[in-house]
Design a protein around this ligand. Structure first.
Ligand code: OFO
Length: 165
């Protein structure tokens, strides 16, 4: 059984994962209309992945005697100045999500909720991967800068990155 504060914190994370999915969907749309198909595909996959993260939390809350709340979300940004900006925002967003997972883990420990603590370890591991992946991509795009040929190759190469959920 979940305590009220753990339930509330999990519901907050459900909203964050839903917003992450929308943010990456919006990034996918922008990349698609710029003609960078590989980047768009990567972002669509990221968006799907965030929805999986959200659903996992929803199921857990409902199975543990809580009630997962589906709420209104903040609208994501729709345009970006450059691909560097796009990937810099992706990386920053992943750092924010990691921070939020850490706070959630902290709450489960202070509530002595070891079942939820155990469940959240999957998210802790996932965030390590997501941060590393976002950082690798950001480093590459920073090297390329505005070079059109470099961007073309980057768009082709990003399709090789396998998305794990
Ligand atoms: Fe849900 O992991 Fe990215 O944000």
């Amino acid at each position: 059984m979940l305590s009220k504060s753990v339930e509330q914190a999990l519901n907050n994370q459900i909203r964050i994962e839903a917003e992450s999915s929308q943010i990456y969907l919006s990034m996918a749309c922008w990349a698609e209309i710029q003609g960078l198909e590989g980047v768009a595909r990567f972002m669509y996959a990221q968006s799907d992945e965030e929805r999986v993260h959200m659903l996992k939390l929803i199921k857990f809350v409902n199975e543990r005697g809580g009630h997962a709340h589906i709420t209104e979300l903040n609208a994501p940004k729709t345009t970006f100045n450059t691909f560097q900006q796009l990937f810099s925002e992706l990386y920053k967003h992943e750092l924010f999500v990691s921070q939020s997972i850490n706070e959630l883990v902290h709450i489960t420990l202070s509530e002595k909720d070891y079942a939820t603590h155990n469940f959240l370890q999957w998210y802790v591991a996932e965030q390590i991967e997501e941060e590393a992946q976002a950082k690798t991509i950001l480093d590459k795009i920073n090297l390329i800068g505005d070079d059109k040929g470099g961007l073309y190759l980057f768009d082709r190469d990003i399709q090789q990155i396998t998305v794990t959920s």
